[in-house]
Design a protein around this ligand. Structure first.
Ligand code: SR1
Ligand code: MG
Length: 407
């Protein structure tokens, strides 16, 4: 029997190559296959297999038993099942805004999918100060379709409960509960704080009882509000882009949670790109031009989300009580409020917590990096504390502008 059919083991490049030849019917017998491990995320192993003869290629993504970023974090390889299941759902809901899944292997805890080598990771492209004029349209399509169409507004409640069961994701949720909602807000030994930022963190965050109380409320909402099927980790490293298309990848943190979690992650990570531009672009006109582009993108994402949400809600609502006058506005208002809060939490946790972003750590000048970090922290705090007042695209960008002008 094939060694891939008996017992799980973590693959090296040579194993993945053999797996592709033996277990998949994608390549021909004459194929000249090569394999390289291209994963640069915090958790998994990603193998690209290519046939030199035909140019055909695919990706094998395998879940290891612990996080790559920290081996003491044990995470069940079953997350690969969750990733495979949600990819199928999102592929249908979003009409192809995620990679096509070819196979899920429950023994090897790996999945096989479309290779997206003609795309670039959005974070990398933004750090290179590239523009994607259609991004706001595309990502809001993805957000409205995957979030609203998996909520109780639209789907049958019993069916949804089955889905909730399938997407119970305790270990990956625990990572988020700890790394996003808890550890950045005290002097935790897993935090990785840039020394020039530490005094600011101590004064403005770790001893701020008003802020701590709000993070506690938000953590309990994350734990209990099974509103929609989330991607769960929708930062700019989870989005592939090319000129006219996006593909959202890496949904292994998927579970039913507050819809604003995904939207807030997108916005916060665009703000990191914005602060990268502020710190790293020397030429004044180019800096202004690129920051204007990012501002317009952030404003558009919020405003288009609201517009498309309203339209889709009216077209797709199935739950009788959700048609009562005023409910749609109440429901959307709570999603935008959560979006603001999560924008803030993500801004703070990527600065004070364990997992950082290259947009900020890549700023070479120490003073400029320290300023960028303080801007993100101050904006983050305001997104959390003032979340009830932040409602439009303009309101979101104003929080960032205010933070910039006071640091
Ligand atoms: C231990 S994993 C650290 C971070 O990487 C993932 O992409 C998630 O954002 C997680 O919080
Ligand atoms: Mg990831």
């Amino acid at each position: 029997m094939s060694r891939f059919k008996s017992k799980y083991f973590t693959m090296e490049e040579a194993d993945a190559l053999e797996y592709a030849a033996a277990e998949l019917d994608f390549f021909s017998k004459e194929a000249e296959l090569s394999c390289s491990e291209i994963g640069d995320g915090n958790l998994n192993y990603v193998f690209k297999i290519a046939d030199a003869k035909t140019g055909k290629s695919l990706i094998i993504k395998q879940a290891g038993p612990c996080a790559r970023i920290d081996e003491t974090i044990k995470v069940s390889p079953d997350r690969n099942r969750i990733e495979s299941d949600i990819l199928k759902i999102q592929y249908e809901l979003s009409e192809g805004l995620v990679p096509e899944l070819y196979k899920y292997d429950e023994i090897m805890n790996c999945c096989v999918m479309e290779d997206l080598s003609d795309y670039t990771i959005l974070r990398k492209a933004l750090i290179e100060h590239k523009k994607f004029p259609h991004f706001a349209e595309q990502i809001t399509d993805f957000l409205v379709k995957t979030l609203l169409l998996t909520s109780d507004v639209v789907i049958n409640h019993k069916g949804k409960k089955d889905l909730v069961k399938n997407f119970i994701n305790p270990e990956l949720c625990e990572i988020t509960e700890d790394l996003v909602y808890t550890e950045p807000f005290f002097n935790c030994n897993r935090n990785d704080v840039f020394e020039p930022t530490r005094p600011f963190a101590e004064k403005e965050f770790w001893n701020n009882e008003e802020l701590l109380l709000e993070t506690a409320k938000l953590k309990f909402e994350f734990l209990t509000n099974a509103q929609a099927l989330l991607h769960g980790d929708l930062h700019t490293g989870s989005i592939f882009v090319k000129e006219d298309s996006i593909k959202v990848i890496d949904p292994e943190f998927a579970f039913f949670g507050p819809a604003g979690y995904d939207i807030g992650n997108v916005i916060a990570n665009l703000i990191f790109a914005y602060e990268n531009a502020e710190a790293a672009i020397e030429d004044k006109a180019s800096k202004e031009d690129y920051k204007n582009y990012l501002e317009a993108t952030i404003v558009k994402i919020i405003d288009l989300f609201i517009q498309k949400f309203n339209k889709t809600y009216d077209e797709k609502v199935r739950e009788r009580v959700a048609t009562y006058k005023g409910f749609k506005e109440y429901y959307l208002d709570s999603i935008i409020r959560d979006t603001s809060a999560v924008t803030g939490l993500e801004l703070v946790r990527r600065i004070l917590g364990m997992a950082h972003v290259k947009d900020i750590t890549g700023i070479e000048d120490i003073d400029k990096r320290a300023r960028a970090e303080k801007i993100c922290l101050l904006a983050g705090k305001n997104f959390i504390l003032n979340r009830k007042e932040i409602k439009t695209g303009k309101d979101f960008i104003q929080v960032v502008r205010n933070a910039e002008s006071s640091i």
